[in-house]
Write a protein that binds this ligand. Structure first.
Ligand code: DC
Length: 230
């Protein structure tokens, strides 16, 4: 039997990572956070003084980058950039914008594509991102598009950053979310949009528990279908 892939796409702050982690744990699948890959590229460019909007400069640096996904004993994904664990460094707000900027560059997307597909070939996965159901894993058996209002998403992100001890304001967090939404959904390549065969869940209306239940039911239906056809 081939591996099961659950694609979980949507804008930042819609609850993707929390729900993807919960669902992966529930089914014993591997959780793949693809945004972390783009964040590594963004971080590398920031550290090396490369303008993240300067596509030719970014492209010329890709050959110096090696990114790896690794998992600790609790199954938590760690990001290794040229041998260094950057899992914490990539969470800084400045890296969010850098990741969004570099993600609009086609060569960056192509550079990261195989790493993502390789994970789905090797494991049952819940993969979260922006273009998983549309581009990375168009054959994913379950496709979910999670969304929520920008204000609600900013509220969640703000709480998360404050809890991590970061010095941010709500207004700046909202501006950041709105700017990233615009970047991510208007870019020419692999823009953020629901796959035609995805199920859209608005987490402003449905809380975490309801959304989780919904995702679990969708995956269980698929797994049952696989068993029936064996
Ligand atoms: O999910 P995140 O906030 O960590 O993602 C950071 C940025 O990376 C986001 O603004 C858009 C980009 N991204 C993408 O273009 N495609 C993906 N599959 C995942 C993230």
């Amino acid at each position: 039997m081939s591996h099961v892939s659950v694609a979980l796409d949507g804008p930042s702050g819609a609850g993707k990572s929390t729900l993807a982690r919960m669902a992966a744990k529930h089914f014993g699948f591997v959780y793949v956070d693809t945004g972390a890959l783009y964040r590594c590229i963004g971080l590398f460019m920031l550290r090396n003084g490369v303008g993240t909007e300067d596509a030719p400069a970014v492209e010329s640096k890709l050959k110096d980058i090696h990114v790896e996904l690794s998992y600790d004993s609790d199954g938590v994904q760690r990001m290794i950039l040229n041998g260094e664990d950057v899992s914490e460094a990539i969470r800084e707000p400045r890296v969010s914008m850098a990741a969004s900027a570099v993600s609009a560059i086609p060569q960056v997307r192509a550079f990261l594509l195989e790493t993502q597909r390789d994970m789905a070939r090797r494991y049952d996965v819940v993969m979260d991102g922006r273009d998983i159901g549309t581009v990375v894993l168009p054959e994913a058996q379950v496709k979910i598009f999670l969304t929520a209002s920008a204000t609600e998403r900013a509220r969640r992100r703000y709480r998360e950053l404050v809890d991590k001890g970061m010095d941010v304001s709500f207004e700046a967090t909202l501006r950041d979310i709105e700017a990233r939404d615009k970047n991510d959904s208007t870019r020419d390549i692999a823009p953020l949009r629901p796959a035609e065969d995805s199920v859209v869940i608005d987490t402003t209306e449905y809380g975490l528990e309801d959304s989780f239940e919904f995702i679990c039911k969708a995956v269980e239906r698929k797994l049952q279908g696989n068993r029936d056809s064996e």
